[in-house]
Design a protein around this ligand. Structure first.
Ligand SMILES: [Zn+2]
Ligand SMILES: [Zn+2]
Length: 234
């Protein structure tokens, strides 16, 4: 078993709230400096910079394709995919269900698409930080149907979380992992021991990317093993 340090919830400059310094190379290089083994870029309702981050990483660090989907109940679900193709297939459905609200960059910030050289290749015009028309069960089903793993995000937070919005994590939802913020993990984890627990930075600025604190133990450092770990049931 390999002990692998991770941060699987990082926002790039594509998220309006993500700093413009959150470029593919900056994210990769900062994560390497921190000593991490596995990262995932999980922008709001989009996978637009995932390919650039994977290319920038170029095998130096494992990048799991990801996205943070907002359900119609305003619950955030971080989702991980076996490959770029399945992430993009999921994103297409998410986009179809995201109402068009023009992004006001003065208020929310820019939403930049970038390539693996950190060049800006375009800008998303539709505001990404808003609820899709997909409810929680539909998001879970959509991600699973595309071979991905849905993980209710920051469940302990007082907003945009399953606990704050529903009051509980439904038993029949069919998820095998939950995300608990690093700060409150020790207060919450005992109630969720039957789930695989992730604790990530949810970094919107480079300096907030995780230190080597939380790790998973898997046989081999590859995307398939990470997803298998998240799916395992005791
Ligand atoms: Zn969130
Ligand atoms: Zn987030």
């Amino acid at each position: 078993m390999e002990k692998l340090y991770y941060d699987m919830h990082i926002h790039s400059a594509l998220s309006p709230c993500g700093d413009n310094d959150m470029t593919p190379n900056n994210i990769v290089n900062m994560s390497i400096i921190k000593g991490l083994d596995i990262i995932a870029v999980t922008d709001h309702n989009s996978c637009g910079n995932v390919e650039a981050v994977m290319k920038a990483a170029d095998g130096k660090i494992l990048v799991v394709p990801g996205m943070e989907i907002e359900t119609s109940e305003e619950i955030h679900v971080v989702s991980y995919f076996p490959d770029l193709e399945s992430a993009l297939k999921t994103e297409a459905v998410v986009k179809d269900n995201l109402p068009f609200i023009e992004n006001n960059t003065e208020i929310y910030g820019n939403q930049y698409f970038m390539d693996e050289n950190d060049e800006i290749t375009g800008e998303e015009k539709s505001l990404l930080v808003s609820a899709t028309q997909l409810d929680l069960y539909s998001v879970v089903r959509l991600v699973k149907d595309n071979g991905g793993v849905p993980v209710p995000a920051h469940i302990d937070r007082s907003s945009y979380s399953v606990l704050s919005n529903l009051g509980f994590l439904p038993e029949d939802l069919g998820v095998t992992a939950v995300e608990i913020t690093p700060m409150r993990r020790k207060f919450f984890e005992n109630d969720y021991l039957k789930y695989n627990i992730l604790s990530n930075s949810d970094a919107h600025y480079l300096e907030n990317i995780s230190e080597c604190e939380f790790f998973i133990e898997i046989i081999d450092k590859n995307i398939k093993e990470v997803l298998k770990y998240l799916c395992k049931i005791e």
